[in-house]
Ligand binder design. Structure first.
Ligand code: GDP
Length: 305
């Protein structure tokens, strides 16, 4: 079965890794959000792309889900000593990724080419594509004004109240080379359990600006029992006046979604969802959990009416 997976950072990376444990490299393309990308300390940082690649490569920090395992923090500690900004934590190994990526971008290479080369160096065999080689920047519209995503997410710790979102550049951003072909030949598109507002919506806007493909599209809810595993998705739903739940996720994607996977704790709620629904354990604590959820999702897709 050929699959295209759409992923943000931590939640997306876990399911992408589950799929990669099952599917051969030629059958899985992971398209990753770049709306969170930003420049910091003169470096081009692509947090979701790095989280997905590090996770697939077995290099991710298992405690945080982002950053590198066995990381050291000398560079950022010294930047702090010099009075530089320290609100965005960058480990030493991670910084090497950003330095080399920035150097290559300045030489004129594309983000997708650089990602392909990095994946090769890290031993990642499945295809990982940034959603676009052109910049798209997620802006969080809050009661304290418009904030670039990392300013809201990391610097302000998601405290300002959300009023809406904007994806600057999205109308002129083209999907990366290979993304359209992967979608055309896919048997299904899987929306990983990532933040619908800021991780998945930007990808959908770039890939499907006018209409959705006829390919089945299946989502895994990132909301379990009304809460997120991590991050502000539930808070965002609530601040926008929507009760955060797996049902709200289904409704968020209702114009195009074929089926949804929700957690066992939401089995009662699942009865209110009007599209085919798989109820199973969706909390991925181990590599085995990731593979099992990926396998069950593929099985669910195979049995869709
Ligand atoms: P970010 O860019 O790092 O915030 O990552 P994502 O958007 O990919 O992931 C954030 C979302 O992933 C949150 O809404 C979490 O609730 C969800 N998430 C994280 N881990 C899991 C998990 O094991 N299972 C499910 N169902 N959702 C998860």
């Amino acid at each position: 079965m050929k699959i295209v997976a759409l992923a943000g950072g931590v939640g997306g990376a876990k399911l992408a890794h589950g799929l990669a444990q099952i599917l051969p490299p030629e059958d899985l393309t992971i398209i990753v959000n770049t709306g969170d990308d930003f420049e910091h300390l003169g470096l081009y940082i692509s947090p979701d792309l790095d989280t997905v690649c590090y996770t697939l490569a077995g290099l991710a920090n298992p405690d945080t889900g982002w950053g590198r395992v066995n990381e050291t923090w000398n560079a950022i500690a010294n930047i702090e000593k010099l009075g530089g900004p320290n609100w965005f934590r960058l480990g030493d190994q991670d910084i090497a990724t950003h330095i080399e990526r920035t150097r290559r971008l300045k030489e004129g290479q594309s983000l997708s080419q650089i990602t392909r080369d990095f994946c090769k160096a890290w031993g990642v065999r499945h295809t990982v594509l940034p959603m676009s080689d052109q910049p798209v920047r997620t802006i969080v519209e809050t009661d304290e004004g418009d904030l670039p995503f990392q300013e809201y997410f990391v610097h302000r710790r998601c405290q300002p109240r959300v009023k809406g979102f904007r994806f600057d550049g999205v109308d002129s951003a083209e999907p990366t080379a290979g993304a359209r072909e992967a979608i055309q030949s896919a048997d299904a598109i899987i929306i990983c359990p990532s933040n619908p507002w800021v991780s998945i919506d930007p990808i959908l806007r770039v890939l499907f600006p006018n209409s959705y493909p006829l390919t089945p599209i299946i989502a895994i809810s990132p909301i379990i029992g009304g809460q997120t595993v991590k991050g502000p998705a539930a808070k965002m739903f609530a601040e926008l006046g929507i009760n955060p739940s797996a049902l709200a996720v289904a409704e968020h994607y209702e114009n195009f979604l074929t089926g949804i996977v929700v957690d066992s704790v939401d089995s009662e709620l699942a009865k209110q969802i009007r599209i085919p629904t798989l109820v199973t354990d969706t909390l991925m604590k181990s590599n085995a959990d990731r593979a099992r959820l990926a396998q069950e999702t593929l099985h669910f897709i195979g049995n869709l009416p």
